[in-house]
Design a protein around this ligand. Sequence first.
Ligand code: ADP
Ligand code: AMP
Length: 277
Amino acid sequence: MGYLEDEVKRLHTVLGNVEGRLKALEERQFGKSSGKTAEEIRMILIGPPGAGKGTQAPKIKEKFSCCHLATGDMLRSQVAKKTPLGREAKKIMDQGGLVSDDIVIGMIKEELDHNPECKGGFILDGFPRTVPQAVGLDSMLQARKQTLQHAVELQIDDALLVARITGRLVHPASGRSYHATFNPPQKPMTDDVTGEPLVQRSDDNAEALKKRLATYHQQTAPVVDYYRNTGIWKAIDASQEPNQVWKSLLAIFDGDKAKAQSSGAGILSRIAHPSRS
Ligand code: ADP
Ligand code: AMP
């Protein structure tokens, strides 16, 4: 019995030292009050155009130091460079249709394989948009021995999206989005960070939105069902104020932490009280 007690004491000391060292390293890496975390995140944001994916994703990126992959931004960058893919994609995008699954799956794979920011995890925004894309993502992750942690659906009524989309202003280089009324830049039509001009997307008009919403309901709603059955799906009311939406996201992440802590506490309590196992 004396041996067991000594061993338990010794392991407690080892664990305490490891925890202390980990905390100190994390604080050195992220700074004490930065609000950042060393956890890895692997998640997707699903929602209709204008739901707020591009507004919330940079905040998640900041918190987890991961990459934010928005297939719409990647395609727009091809359009701006007038590449053959960009020329082809522009026609489809302006009509509110979807670019081919193979192309977008290839773009995501390329980023996950080579973008160093993705080492801290990823937020996928606007992907997957079809069930074959979701299946493609699953096999990509399987090959990397990774799993998705969250499929968060931003739920909002179509009726609220017209005002959001027709008032949206974007900074093309970064993908940052503003809103003429709901989230205006400090200086009209100017990006707060770079001072560069903001633009309105060519597909951000009421007519194209109608088609994009129809595409969403036909082809992307089944993706929600695909994840609803997996246990990683969670829904958030995206009609709330942006800060409230952020709080709902934080509650999802805090739920993870609580789960991790309770399983850690389980291990510790079993070490401290071996008879309870
Ligand atoms: P998505 O990336 O889902 O298409 P965005 O994040 O670009 O949508 O948001 C669309 C527009 O709505 C932007 O102009 C943005 O400033 C605005 N917006 C985003 N979230 C909210 C919100 N919770 N309330 C009001 N306006 C919002
Ligand atoms: P978004 O910036 O997410 O609103 O996307 C703009 C447009 O890019 C969409 O209307 C589609 O035409 C195209 N697009 C973006 N992501 C995808 C995707 N995952 N699959 C197919 N097309 C996409």
